[in-house]
Design a protein around this ligand. Structure first.
Ligand code: HEC
Length: 129
């Protein structure tokens, strides 16, 4: 075998080895789509709604704060929330659709799942359950 054909063989071997070592990272080729599911089963006032309001609203609309930072609006009891369901302000405020002051005030809009839960509770009659 001449020196030239040896070089050619080595060249091809080299190309083969390099291409064999090439691989794609699956996560980079197919970026993972995180599918987050929103659990809207068993929505109750006592658990779901109070948790949402306590976590996002009652720092201003709780008993101690309503008259200080909540514009006199109390959202910490069923009886106090119900009028804002009836007049549509509760949902409109979190939808931030211009039909009520956007809430939570000066903060990021609630995530869609949380809004869905509140809406579902309202659409099912806003029961004291
Ligand atoms: C940082 C304080 C603060 C937080 C947090 C907050 N609010 Fe308010 N909210 C206010 C104030 C002050 C007013 C009265 C002035 C106004 O309408 O902007 C108000 C008004 C409202 C109104 C009456 C709106 C209208 O147009 O008449 C509703 C309903 C309401 N808030 C619901 C909520 C809900 C639901 C949350 C949580 C998702 C929330 N708020 C979080 C301060 C807050």
């Amino acid at each position: 075998m001449g020196i030239r054909s040896k070089q050619v063989i080595i060249l091809f071997l080299g190309i083969f080895l390099f291409s064999a070592c090439y691989y794609d990272k699956k996560d980079q080729v197919y970026p993972q789509v995180v599918v987050t599911t929103c659990d809207t089963t068993n929505i109750t006032y006592a658990v779901t709604v109070t948790n949402i309001l306590n976590a996002n609203c009652n720092s201003c609309h709780g008993t101690a704060s309503a008259n200080v930072s909540g514009g006199g609006i109390l959202l910490s009891t069923y009886a106090s929330v119900k009028p804002y369901v009836t007049n549509g302000k509760l949902i409109n405020s979190v939808l931030q659709n211009g039909q009520a002051s956007a809430m939570p005030k000066n903060m990021a809009k609630l995530d869609q799942c949380t809004i869905n839960k509140l809406t579902l509770w309202v659409n099912k009659g806003a029961l004291n359950n």
